[in-house]
Structures are given as structure tokens and as C-alpha cells.
Design a protein around this ligand. Structure first.
Ligand code: URP
Ligand code: ZN
Ligand code: ZN
Ligand code: ZN
Length: 467
């Protein structure tokens, strides 16, 4: 039996259009759109009618950078796939792409199987995987081909974290050469980790142990240098490149230059770099530990270049790098030594709202909001137009968004499994009202209506910016 829903009277916003339209959903997919009030739209009947008058009707958010349950710094990111995907839905995100981890000495397959085991049956929304490659060798290179064929089409490498996830330039070049052949996309954590480790050691020897020194040793120049090197290695390999969590103005400049040369180089930034700064890292009483992530928060002056990059398309995607660690018992592991603070910030629930605030504040247009948060990430990682837009045939991942509602962000009211908010007390205009995932309510007028296990694994095609 077919199930039908009609969403009536809202302003439908996609990356390309804004139209007052009704949306017909049939069997979990968008079946049709028609201008509100026209005979075509009026003729639709459905079991469920959602009134979206005065609201935005937007594609569900696509967050292509999350780390549920990531083992890091002797502990685990505090959101499970169950709690993290539920929180994502509360924030208007209906798809995540998380990072499966290859441990050194183990195969990619083992890592991927382990992450499937964590996610399967637990997610409230759909999910896919990238693969973190920590050990490039002949076997892993062959495995990359197989993973691309089965829908894991992107691979993260680290120029940072020596002894953990780190790859040297030779390993990076080999993986890039392989991706040039198999269609995979290398995602780069671009920071010169070898140089940073020297600066960490020297800072600690000087007694500089507070969280703010995390930002000082992980210099913008060392992000820019690594970004430049990654771009050149990709050029040598003839491979495209996606640089994750770009925070430094100097790194944006490297990306912009490469793009102006016509290279297939892409960049992602995150809300924490757009809305927070080294001022937060310098908060007294170990509060700064709440803002320790890598790449680090930068001085406020960098933010304007990130917004500019998002407007000019030198940056294409805003994801969260959601990697929460509680203040109590987790961030506290680094009291007396900033290098022992687990790296990462919570944010999977906040991204769509913070970016809507950027629309209100005039940094980006409404359509650019949907592009950087929904459409571009879906295209970048091979999920478009199933995800990231509202078109006939798309999955009915739909958010009814109230652009006038006021909210105050707080750990007291958020749904992420973490004891603080990086945006505590921030007043935002706009709020998610209802969320559908493949036509089924996950959030229904500010009440959770989803279930663990509704979310399905989503295999992906290769990067659609290259097709
Ligand atoms: O600080 C961060 N970003 N933690 C997560 C791991 C990573 O490098 O993305
Ligand atoms: Zn990273
Ligand atoms: Zn440019
Ligand atoms: Zn990350």
C-alpha cells in the first residue's frame, strides 16, 4: 500500500531555487512539487497533510564529517550512533557520513566492519562511511579499489598526529595515485604534525600547559604549508583533493590559488571556525579545553576569509567534525598538559541553525545555506540527488524550518550526549520544527518521533564534482 504525505504552503528552498510550492511525498520519496494554490497541487490527497505556511521547506542537512564513538586520546567520543544521529535529526540533519578507522597493522575491511557493527540498527537517520587510512601499504591500496566499488568512495589521510593516524608524503602520494585510478577522493587533514610535535614539546618544557597553547603551537602557517603540500602532491598524482576542517585564512588562500589554476581542489570548513575563536581557547579555569580541536580555533580575523571563501566557492562544504568529549572526565584528561586534551567539539545538532543565523546576519544567502549544508556535500560524496535536494525522485528527507522562532543554545536543552555546549547561551533566530527521513517523521513539531534502526546505510557513488 502506498503512503502519501503532502506538505502545503511553505517556501521550498533548494541550492538553486526558492518557490512557494506544495510537496507530494509517496513511498518515502519526493513524487512531485507544484506551486501552492494551483489546481495541480490542490488535487493531491494524502493520509498526512503538513501545514508549512510561513515556514521554509528544505532538504535535510547532510553532514559529511562526524566521529561517533571515535577512539581518541585514550577515550571515546561521547556520542554513540544512536545518540548522535538522534541529535543530528533534532538539528535538521538527515544524513551523516562518519569515519571508519583503519588501525595500524589491520586491514581497511576490519575497520569498516567494526564501524558497520557500531552503526547498524542504531541510527535514527541515514548514514554512510568514509575510511580513515592510517597504514598505506600494497594490501591497503588494493583494498581501496574494493571499497570504492562498494560505496566507500572517500579516504581520509592525516598529515598530523605522528604515531597515530599520520601518513608521510610517500604514503600520501601512493594513496592519491590509487585514487586517481579508482575514482576515490582523498580527504586531507592538512597540518604539519611533525613540526607541531616539536613546538608542543618546547611549549610544555617552558611550562606552557594551558589549553590556549594548543592554538599557539598548531600554527596557521603549518596548516597553510600542509595544505599547499597536499595540493602539490595531488597535482603530481593527478588526483582530486578535499581538504577537511579548514580554519586558517592562509589555507583558504592556498585553495583559492589552486582552484584559480583550474585544479580539482575542494575545501570544507566547520561552524566552530566561523563562530568561535582563540578567545574561547583562552577562557579561564580550564574552560578553554572545551574548544580544543584540530585544526585549532583561530584569531577572529580569520573568520571573514572563511565566510568569503564560502561565498566565492573557494570553500564548498560546511560540516561539523562532530567529535564530542565531555568536560568532566574527558577534556579534564589534559589538565596540566594541553596535548592530552582529547581533540574535538560537539556540533552535529547546531550546524543548520548556526548557518541559518549566518543567513540572518547577511554572510550568505538562503540558497547558499542549502548548498553548503545539503547539496554540495551530497554531490561531493556521491549522494545527489537522492540526498541534498528536493526534486522528484529524491529521498523525502525534508525539514520544516521556522525562520522566525527564537532559541537559546544550551547543554541543558540539547540532545547530544555531552555535558557542555560550545555555543552555550547563544541566541539564534530560526529552529527546526519537523523532520522527515524518507517520508517518516523523525521530529514531529518539536517531539522526537523517530527510532533507532530507521536510519539505513547509504552506499555512495564517486565525487559528482568530477563527472
Ligand atoms: O579535533 C578534531 N578534529 N577531532 C577529530 C579528528 C579529526 O582530526 O578530524
Ligand atoms: Zn582531522
Ligand atoms: Zn577563486
Ligand atoms: Zn574529523
Amino acid at each position: 500500500m502506498s503512503s502519501r504525505t503532502v506538505i502545503r504552503g511553505g517556501l521550498v528552498i533548494t541550492a538553486s531555487d526558492e518557490i512557494h510550492a506544495d510537496v507530494l511525498i509517496e513511498d518515502g520519496r519526493v513524487a512531485a512539487l507544484a506551486a501552492s494554490g494551483t489546481p495541480a497541487a490542490a488535487a493531491w490527497t494524502a493520509e498526512r497533510v503538513v501545514d508549512a505556511t510561513g515556514k521554509y521547506v528544505i532538504p535535510g542537512g547532510v553532514d559529511v564529517h562526524t566521529h561517533m564513538e571515535l577512539p581518541f586520546g585514550g577515550t571515546f567520543a561521547s556520542d554513540t550512533f544512536e545518540t548522535g544521529t538522534r541529535a543530528a535529526a533534532w538539528g535538521g540533519t538527515t544524513t551523516i557520513v562518519d569515519f571508519a578507522v583503519q588501525s595500524v597493522g589491520r586491514s581497511l575491511r576490519e575497520g569498516l566492519d567494526a564501524w558497520h557493527g557500531k552503526a547498524e540498527g542504531n541510527c535514527a537517520i541515514d548514514y554512510g562511511f568514509h575510511m580513515i587510512v592510517s597504514d598505506v601499504n600494497q594490501d591497503t591500496l588494493k583494498e581501496m579499489d574494493l571499497l570504492v566499488e562498494e560505496g566507500v568512495t572517500s579516504f581520509k589521510q592525516f598529515m598530523a598526529y605522528p604515531g597515530v593516524f599520520y601518513s608521510d608524503d610517500g604514503q600520501i602520494l601512493r594513496a592519491m595515485q590509487r585514487s586517481a585510478e579508482n575514482g576515490g577522493l582523498i580527504m586531507m587533514h592538512a597540518e604539519n604534525g611533525i613540526a607541531i610535535d616539536v613546538l608542543v614539546e618546547q611549549a610544555l618544557a617552558r611550562g606552557e600547559t594551558d589549553p590556549r597553547y594548543h592554538g599557539e603551537v598548531r600554527k596557521a602557517l603549518l596548516e597553510a604549508e600542509a595544505t599547499h603540500r597536499a595540493i602539490k602532491l595531488a597535482q603530481v598524482a593527478g588526483a582530486p583533493l578535499y581538504v577537511v576542517h579548514v580554519s586558517a585564512a592562509e589555507a583558504v588562500a592556498e585553495l583559492a590559488r589552486a582552484r584559480d589554476e583550474g585544479r580539482h581542489v575542494f575545501g570544507e570548513t566547520c561552524p566552530q571556525y566561523l563562530f568561535l575563536s582563540t578567545d574561547n581557547l583562552a577562557e579561564p579555569g580550564f574552560e578553554g579545553s572545551k574548544y580544543v580541536c584540530s585544526t585549532p580555533l583561530r584569531p577572529k580575523e580569520h573568520q571573514a576569509k572563511l565566510w568569503q571563501g564560502l561565498r566565492t566557492d573557494d570553500l564548498q562544504v560546511v560540516s561539523t567534525d562532530h567529535c564530542p568529549f565531555c568536560f568532566v572526565g574527558q577534556k579534564e584528561l589534559g589538565r596540566g598538559d594541553f596535548s592530552k586534551i582529547p581533540n574535538g567539539l560537539p556540533g552535529v545538532e547546531n550546524r543548520m541553525d548556526l548557518l541559518h543565523q549566518a543567513v540572518v546576519d547577511g554572510h550568505i544567502s538562503r540558497r547558499r545555506w542549502i548548498e553548503i549544508a545539503c547539496a554540495a556535500p551530497a554531490r561531493m560524496f556521491g549522494m545527489y540527488p537522492k540526498k541534498g535536494t528536493l526534486a522528484p525522485g529524491s529521498d523525502a528527507d525534508v525539514v520544516i524550518y521556522d525562520p522566525h522562532a527564537e532559541q537559546t543554545v544550551s547543554a541543558e536543552t540539547h540532545h547530544m550526549n555531552v555535558d557542555y555546549s560550545a555555543y552555550e547561551g547563544r541566541r539564534l533566530t530560526g529552529r527546526v520544527e519537523t523532520v522527515l527521513s524518507r517520508g517518516e517523521p523523525v521530529i514531529d513539531q518539536r517531539k522526537f518521533a523517530g527510532r533507532a534502526g530507521h536510519g539505513l546505510y547509504t552506499p555512495r557513488s564517486t565525487c559528482q564534482y568530477l563527472q
